[in-house]
Design a protein around this ligand. Structure first.
Ligand code: SF4
Ligand code: SF4
Length: 110
């Protein structure tokens, strides 16, 4: 899940931020780490589990048809790569100050 590392922030583990449709941008270093975690060659990971963003600047983790991140799974659903989740996920909501109303974290304890 996209969690903030702010010391004052209390994530409710609701998973909303992993269910939203939209890019989860990853760096090359993050792609390398995720591929290694999955035991995959990084090129295979990129080919099978990412897309190129429309601005062609980043790779983004694939999502399921309902918009949920492919790494959000299980019962109850959790991020499968939580300890190595991308910076975009770690920085939510603390560094998403310009996020639209659509992307509001339900925790108000920041
Ligand atoms: S990588 Fe993990 S934290 Fe980030 S959107 Fe996917 S499931 Fe959520
Ligand atoms: S929306 Fe907020 S409270 Fe819910 S999982 Fe994401 S960071 Fe945590």
């Amino acid at each position: 899940m996209k969690k903030s590392d702010s010391s004052n922030f209390k994530c409710l583990r609701c998973g909303d931020c992993c269910r939203w449709h939209g890019y989860v941008r990853i760096s090359q270093d993050e792609a390398d780490k995720i591929a290694a975690r999955l035991g995959m060659n990084v090129l295979e990971f990129i080919d099978r589990m990412t897309i190129l963003t429309a601005d062609r600047r980043n790779l983004s983790i694939n999502e399921n048809p309902d918009g949920t991140c492919i790494f959000f799974s299980g019962d109850p659903p959790r991020c499968e790569i939580y300890d190595i989740r991308p910076a975009q996920c770690r920085d939510f909501p603390g560094k998403w100050k310009n996020a639209s109303e659509k992307f509001k974290c339900r925790s108000n304890s920041e």
